[in-house]
Design a binder for this molecule. Sequence first.
Ligand code: ADP
Ligand code: MG
Ligand code: MG
Length: 893
Amino acid sequence: MAVKKWVYLFEEGNKDQKDLLGGKGANLAEMTNLGLPVPPGFIITTQACNAFSAGGKFPPGLMKQVTAALKRVEKETGKSFGDPTNPLLVSVRSGAKFSMPGMMDTVLNLGLNDETLRGIIELTGNARFAYDAYRRFVMMFSDIVLDLDRHHFEQMLDDMKRRLGVKLDTEVGADALVQLVARYRAFFRKTMGYDFPGDPLQQLEMAIRAVFNSWNNKRAVDYRNYHKIPHDLGTAVSVQTMVFGNMGEDSGTGVAFTRDVATGEKVIYGEYLMNAQGEDVVAGVRTPIKISELGKQNPRIYKQFLAIATKIERHYRDAMDIEFTIERGKLWILQCRVGKRTAAAAVKIAVDMAGERLITRREALLRVDANQINQLLLPGFDSKAMEEAAKSGRLLARGLNASPGAATGIAVFDADRAEELGKNGKAVILVRPETTPDDVHGMLASKGILTARGGATSHAAVVARGLGLPCVAGAEGIAVDERRRQFTVDGRVIKEGDEISIHGTTGEVFAGAIKTIEPKLEENEDLRALLEWADKERRLGVWANADYPRDAQRARAFGAEGIGLCRTEHMFMEAERLPIVQKMILAETPAKRRKYLDRLLPFQRGDFEGIFEAMDGLPVVIRLIDPPLHEFLPNRLELVEQAATLRAESPTSRKLKSLEKMLAAVEGMAEMNPMLGLRGCRLSIIMPEIVEMQTRAIMEAACRCKKRGVDVHVKIMIPLVGHVNELKFVRDRLEPVAKQVMQEQGIDADYRFGTMIEIPRAAITAGEIAAIAEFFSFGTNDLTQTTFGFSRDDAEGKFLLKYVEDKILPVNPFQTLDRDGVGELVRMAVERGRAANPNLELGICGEHGGDPESIFFCHQVGLDYVSASPFRVPVARLAAAQAGLSDTAFKDK
Ligand code: ADP
Ligand code: MG
Ligand code: MG
C-alpha cells in the first residue's frame, strides 16, 4: 500500500486546505506562495494526527517524510538541523481548522543542545542571546512537551535575579545564564530521571507527539464540546525555521491588524516590542509600543510592513491579524488570520470594503453576524464615566447580565410606586428580591430592573428581555429590605429615591448616575447602509411585536414594516383601569359586565388610535384578550391573609365583605393548569362580551383614524384556536360588530380576521382553519410549549438547561425553533393552509421571530414575514437577507 502524504512543505499548500493543514498551516502556505517573507517550514497534516489518535503511534512513513522535508528546509535556509557549525532551529506550532484554546502551546528554539548552542554563539557573537534562547527552550520544552511545570524554572530565574540584585530578565548576564541552564538541566534530570533530550531529531519527534496528544487533552475536548466542534478534525503541526526578535535593538516582534478591530477604521492597529521573542508581547512583562511608533523608529521596515499588510488584506479580502518578527533589520511574517472584531467594527469593515470594491455588497451582508448587531442599538454607559465611577468606589455589586442595555434612575422597591413615579416622568430602576407577574406593571414603567435573586431564565430576566429593558439579576451581596424600602450591600445603604445605575450588558451595579448614550439607527450610517442593502436581498417581511405606541414608533424607526403582535392585556393592567377590569370580571350578569366594559372601551380605543397613528400605512395585528381572567385579580394567598387580619380586627366591616367576595371569585376561578385552562378563544366563547368590546374599540379607533387621514390596516387575531369551530364561533360573533361600527361611523376600514397557530391540533387541521382565517400567525412560544408538553417557566427553571448541557436537546427550543418537531408542524400548517386558501398571509410572532437561525427556517418554509421585538428588528432584517442570499445562486467569490 502506498504511504500517504503526511507532510506538506509550505510551498505545497494553500489557504483552502484548512481541513488538512489547519488554519495556521494553510495560511503559512498561502503567504509563502504569495511571495511574502515567511520563514521556511512544513506542515504535518491533521490526517497524521487522526491516524496517531486511532493507532496510538505515528503512522508509517511519517518521520521519514519529516526528515525529507527538513532537508528541503535546510537547503533553502543554508542551515542544518543539529549541525554545530550552522544550526537550524525551528518552532513547533499546533493548529487545527478552527483556532482552539486548550491545544498545545508553541515550542520555540527547538534543536538547541550544547553543540548547536556553540554554533549559535559563534554565528551571532552574542553569548547572552544564545543562552537566553537555550534557557527558554529548556523551560518551554519541559513545560509544554513533558508537563514539567514552568514555575519551577521561573522560580530558579527569580532566585538568580535576587542573588544578582537585579529586577529585569534582560539584566541577567551571559555568565549567570550559563549557570541557570546548568541548573535547569540538573533539575530536569533529578525530577524526570533522565537527561534533557539533546538529540534535535528526538526533540522534534517528542514535540510532534505532544501536539498530537494535546488534541485529546481535557481542555481541548471540553472546548470542542462547548463550541460544537467535531472531535475528529485533528490538529496539524507546523514546523518552521526560527527567526529571532531578541537579537538586540535592531530586532523585535509584534502583532497587528490591518484595520482597527475596535472601531473598524481603516488604520493599521497593533503593538510590538524591540528585542523580544514570541510571547513577550502578549505576556505583559514589558509594555508594548503602538505600531504607528515603528514608523518613527524604523521607517524602512514600517513601510515594508504596510505594503505587506495591504497585500495580505487585498488577497484575503478581509481585515487580517498578522504576526511578525524583525531579525536584525529584516522583516518576517509568521502568521495571518481573519481578525476578530467588535460588532461595530464588523459593520464598518464590511461596508467600507464594499465601498472599496474589495467585496460585493452581498458578501458584506454575509460578513456580519446578525446576532451581533443587536448590541449596537442598545443604550450603554459612556465608557469614561463608567471607569470613573468604578475608580471612585461606586461599583456596588455584580450580578448576572440578564438583559442588555444600561440605565440610570432612582431605586424604587415596589411595582406600584414604580408605576406611579414612572408615569410622572421619573427615571426608575425597579429593585426587587425577585419579580413575579404582579410586578409587570411596575417593570413597564421602569428604565431598568435589578433583582437580588434569580438567573438567566428568572421572571425578571425573561420579561426584561422581552421589553428590551436592561436587567441585572441575582446581584451578589445585595440584601433587599422591601419594608424599609432600601437595599444594603457591603454595609452601604441605598434608599428609595437614591440614584443607581445598572449595566445589563456587563451585570454591574453602580451608586449614582452615569451618563448614558442611546445609539440611534439614523446616526449609524454604516449600519443603516448595510440594512438598506439587506432590504433588497430579503423576501421575508420584518414586522415587530409592540404593545404601545412608543414601542411601535421605535420598531418603525428600526425598519419594521408592520406590527405582527399587539397584545391587549397590558392595557387592562394599568392602574386606573385594573379596578374596572376587576369589577367587570366579578360582574354577575352579562348586562352588568357590559356596563364596566363600556367604561373600558374608551381606554382601549385610545390605545389603538395611538398604535394606528404610529403605524400609519402599515399593517397592525391585534390579538384579542389571551390570558386567563384570574391574572387580573389579586393573589389568593394575599387575600386570605388580609381577610384573616380583618376578621380579627373588624369582623363586621364592609371591607371584609368585599374582600371575601373577591376571595370567593378568585377561588372559583382557580385552575389546576391555567396554561391549558380557560383562556384565549375559549374565554371569548364563554364570555363574548369582552372581545365584542375589544372589537368595537379596534374598529372605532380604525374609523376615527381613517377620518383623520391615517391609513389603517388592522388584523384582528383570535388566539389559541385548536378546532375550526372555535374560530368560526368567535368570528361570527365579532364580524357583525365590526360591520356595525363601520356603519355607525359611516366609513369603511380595512380589517381582517385571522388566528394564531399555537396548538398542534390547529397546525394539523390548518386546511380547515384557513377557510375561516385570512391570516395565520405562528405563536411559536406556546406552540413549543404545547408540542413538547413543557410549561416554559417550569422547564427553564427546572430541567431545560440541564437538557441542553447534557445534549438531550441541542439548544433551548424557546430560543431557537425546534425544526424537527415544532418546525414540522409549522411546515404542515403552511402547506395545508395555503392549499385551502391561497391568499392566506403567514407570519410568526413568537420570540423566534428575532432569532437568526429560526428566521432562516421561516424563510425556507415560505412565511411572508417574521415579527420580532423592536430592538431585534435590525437583526431580523439582516438575518432575513442572509437567508435570502443562501438560496440565490450566489457564491462566496
Ligand atoms: P499561537 O497559536 O498561540 O498564536 P504561535 O504558533 O503563533 O502560537 O506562536 C506563539 C508565538 O511564537 C507567536 O508570537 C509567534 O509569532 C512566535 N513564533 C512561532 N514560530 C516562530 C518562529 N519560527 N520564529 C519566531 N517566532 C515564532
Ligand atoms: Mg499566533
Ligand atoms: Mg399564546
